[in-house]
Write a protein that binds this ligand. Sequence first.
Ligand SMILES: [Fe+2]
Length: 241
Amino acid sequence: MRVLTVVAVVLFHSCLSRCADDGYVPLVKQQYADKINNQIRAQITMELQASYLYQAYASYFDRADVALPGFKKFFLQASKEEKEHAQILIDYVNKRGGSLQFSDIKLLDVCDIIKDLSRTVDLSGRRQQTCICYFVSQKRQLLKSKSDPVCMRPRSDWSHGLMAMEDALLIERKVNSELLDLHDIASSGPTKDPHLTHTLEHIYLEEQVESIKKLGNYVAQLSRFSNDYRLGEYLFDQSLQ
Ligand SMILES: [Fe+2]
């Protein structure tokens, strides 16, 4: 009996040390796959990247040579919401006994994501870069080397509000497609996870679709001010305050 107890204690301790190495919480973790955990971690990074981008854009609209307080307010609020989305996922991983490791959040990574996406859609002025994102990044000089004719124009000629809303729309579409991928992985096969699909459906997917629709409306409305863009942008800014 004593031998059995000793073996059990040894096994328990070896399990604890092994479990501590992979970061999971075995007392809580149940039917929660590695692949799901890694995908949620990637989603947390994506949400924080979006939050960081929006915070940087809010600062851009607060510059005295841009001065669009309604857009600043919009992007500050959007940044806060994305951070909350990340926090909900962080809490979710802990709730499931998962393993969290935080990645670096780099603005340039987000600029590159937008740049890649912008080549697949028809943006205003046919630009294929994110002018504002590179301008607010620590590698502003990349704007020159990337030589997009729209970004190369003097900044006073940029359609700041329209460009920013287009960038936000692209990022929200990217976030949504990552969420749908996560939902797919959790829907069937060895990674099937009904609790996660329930959480995604009730907390994330509806809000994401709403946000894409709202940004689509904003882009359409701002694009209509083709004769006097500056006046239209000013009026639009008033509506966001
Ligand atoms: Fe989000």
